[in-house]
Design a protein around this ligand. Structure first.
Ligand code: GCU
Length: 416
């Protein structure tokens, strides 16, 4: 049962800070050829591309360079959605001319705000209908993991699933602060199962005769990140959206996807990771909470095949996750943890952000000033380029988190 699986995962996890092994992080500011990086130019021309390529080849897998001819079709527009608070648009992005592959973008923009507005973009776990009870949202027809939410029956969403995850998506609060919200169901890119490659967008990129990704090609996180960039392609064309102020965000596995999307796609002006943990914001060399072997075993489809080489060999990985954050620079990054979410290693998440600091310093941007994480619910770095907080409580994303994300976005997007 789920209970016993959870128990055995806990039994394997390491939660004792005194047992964190001594480790040396890969040198952020030294090229693979051993040259010290001293200028923005050297960073951008040499070191940044090296790190990006390592994450692609060794961690998430390479995203195909082939461009599909994507056709965006606005399926519905309602200017009086949510008691006239918002305009709701639903856009179907067709990936193929035969219309067999597509994703649905749900976009709310605040009617009261002056256009174009800044937007938060994030993937959701169980279909667009789950984020709000709004009866106008299309219900996904895709396979949905068995989250035990109301209205999820035999892996299909039903009417009763509307708003089941509304707690994680404070839509009215986001609109009231002058932001738009865009979301896509991650299963539109790849259903979150190990045997889902045939049902995913992978097949659109295979070479002749290919049936599975090769070891250096993308896994599911890569397809989810790709979907975020395709949603960005649409947002760039929408008159109500300010394409220079789009923040990409995500919780947990979708926080990993948001970080990978932000790393690859510089159009995202701000990047937010909530409880992304192992394979996301956390320093993997700490071997605290979830570790590489565990994640590759539970979720063999998430990362590149190559990543399995690092099972129980964290120190051999040529990168660590502070470098994933560093390659966002000089764009602002926000990392959020939760005190009871030790599986995601809150301290490791904080340290990644802290150790990305030297690259921000090259750009003259202020960051965190200490390797010691703050107390619970004492946000830090809010008016710098790297913000962080640890919410009190469990692995989740709540209004407390969103409120801090919006404060951070206000500083970067609305500062005069
Ligand atoms: C599991 C997994 C994590 C992931 C999380 C989530 O706990 O081990 O790596 O972040 O699911 O997506 O909620």
């Amino acid at each position: 049962s789920v209970f016993f699986i959870a128990q055995s995962l806990l039994a394997l996890a390491q939660y004792d800070e005194s047992k964190v092994p001594p480790y040396t992080l890969p040198e952020l500011m030294v090229t693979q050829a051993g040259k010290k990086v001293r200028t923005v130019k050297e960073w951008e021309a040499q070191r940044r591309p090296e790190i990006l390529a390592l994450f692609a080849e060794q961690v998430y897998g390479k995203t195909p360079t082939k461009k599909l001819r994507i056709h965006f079709e606005t399926v519905s527009t309602d200017r009086q959605a949510l008691n006239s608070l918002a305009t709701r648009k639903q856009i179907r992005a067709y990936f193929t001319d035969d219309r067999q592959h597509y994703m649905d973008i749900l976009l709310y923009t605040p009617n009261a705000a002056q256009k174009p507005v800044p937007v938060f973009l994030g993937l959701n776990f169980s279909g667009n209908q789950s984020i709000h009870a709004d009866p106008g949202i299309l219900i996904t027809k895709r396979w949905v993991p068995d989250w035990k939410d109301p209205g999820l029956i035999n892996n299909q969403a039903t009417e009763a699933n509307r708003g089941a995850r509304a707690r994680r998506w404070p839509v009215e609060e986001i609109l009231a602060r002058g932001y738009g919200l865009a979301t896509v169901y991650y299963g539109d890119l790849q259903p979150d199962r190990a045997d889902s490659f045939d049902e995913s967008i992978h097949s659109l990129f295979y070479n002749k005769g290919q049936t599975v990704p090769s070891p250096d090609e993308w896994g599911a996180i890569g397809t989810w990140a790709w979907g975020l960039s395709r949603a960005m392609d649409y947002l760039e064309t929408d008159q109500d959206v300010d394409k220079k102020r789009v923040a990409v965000m995500g919780h947990s596995r979708l926080g990993k996807a948001a970080l990978w999307a932000g790393a690859q796609d510089p159009r995202f002006a701000l990047v937010i990771s909530n409880d992304s943990g192992e394979g996301g914001a956390a320093i993997t060399r700490r071997q605290y909470g979830e570790q590489i072997k565990r994640i590759n075993t539970s979720f063999p489809h998430w990362f590149a095949g190559n990543y399995k080489q690092y099972n129980d060999r964290e120190n051999d990985l040529p990168v660590d996750f502070h470098e994933l954050i560093a390659i966002m620079a000089p764009r602002p990054v926000y990392v959020a943890s939760a005190s009871e979410d030790q599986w995601s290693d809150p301290k490791g998440e904080y340290l990644s952000l802290y150790h990305a600091g030297p690259v921000y310093a090259l750009y003259g941007r202020s960051t965190l000033t200490t390797p010691i994480p703050p107390e619970v619910e004492v946000p830090v770095g809010q008016k710098t380029w790297t913000g962080y907080h640890m919410r009190n409580g469990k692995h989740d994303i709540l209004l407390y988190d969103w409120d801090k994300f919006m404060n951070f976005a206000d500083f970067h997007f609305k500062r005069k």
